[in-house]
Design a protein around this ligand. Structure first.
Ligand code: B1M
Length: 210
């Protein structure tokens, strides 16, 4: 009988193809999709801790990240989705200098499920690109920025600062998040909202536009 631990183990081992099959097997066995996602997120924490202890290196982190992505692809249709776009448009990106995107992609998935259309600018997004994207989409309601490294927190600060100087600032809300970010930092840099995880990001996004 397949367990959540089996799913976590395959992500930790970084076996991308097998992760997709394992997630499908878990779904077929009736395991809760949110619990499967939780097991994969916890697995990435285990990977991060091993990296901190120098037990694994960047290539191992990368294969685990790929495994998680493959698993999420299988899971996505089972996590529910609202009428995409009904709540309005949001722009999302990981700030310049930062290549982490699993968390951002999960936030996008949850926000789309809450009914938003999300324009994904990807990773390592130059500050000016956020501004440009708002100008290209004048109906955008929220700009979301992710930063996963303590070393890219200044990049997040600069991107928010640039957005804060624009004439359209009063028409948009700025949301920030990522493991090293806190409410205090979000307040300090002049963002409108901070949330800790993808589920609370979706709730906050709805609040911001209502
Ligand atoms: Co890197 N990495 N990494 N990494 N990596 C961390 C973040 C680290 C904590 C590992 C560690 O040391 N324990 C550490 C940062 C330490 C620090 O900043 N003090 C670290 C480091 C050091 C690095 C490099 C510098 C390593 C090196 O090269 N020597 C390098 C930097 C590259 C760069 O970005 N320029 C690097 C590279 C990589 C890989 C490319 C190998 C890979 C990323 C692949 C990818 O994303 N496509 C990678 C990975 C996989 C990790 C860990 C293991 C996992 C990250 C992850 O996906 N977590 C990570 C350790 C860890 O997190 N425990 C680590 C799961 C994800 C669901 O969580 O991203 O936190 P998270 O997202 C959450 C919340 O943060 C929040 O919601 C998400 C979902 O619930 N959230 C938001 C995120 N964005 C939000 C936006 C919002 C609201 C909420 O509103 C807009």
């Amino acid at each position: 009988m397949i367990t959540l631990q089996d799913v976590a183990d395959i992500v930790i081992a970084g076996r991308a193809k097998q992760t997709a099959a394992k997630v499908q097997e878990a779904l077929d066995a009736g395991l809760d999709p949110n619990a499967i996602l939780g097991a994969m997120v916890d697995a990435m924490s285990v990977v991060g801790e091993s990296f901190t202890r120098n037990e694994i290196y960047v290539p191992e982190m990368l294969v685990s990240a790929k495994a998680m992505k493959r698993g999420v692809e299988v899971l996505k249709p089972h996590l529910g989705g609202g009428g995409i776009g009904a709540m309005g448009k949001m722009i999302m990106g990981t700030v310049a200098g930062d290549l982490h995107d699993i968390g951002k992609n999960l936030v996008i998935m949850m926000i789309e499920s809450a009914g938003f259309e999300v324009i994904d600018l990807g990773v390592d997004v130059p500050h000016e690109r956020f501004v440009e994207a708002v100008r290209e989409n004048p109906d955008v309601k929220i700009v979301g920025l992710s930063a996963l490294l303590t070393t890219t927190m200044p990049s997040l600060r600069d991107a928010v600062s640039l957005l804060n100087q624009q004439d359209f600032r009063k028409d948009i809300k700025i949301m920030v998040g990522g493991a090293p970010i806190t409410q205090a930092f979000a307040d300090e840099i002049g963002a409108d909202a901070y949330t800790e995880d993808a589920a609370s990001a979706a709730i906050k996004a709805k609040e911001l536009v209502s």
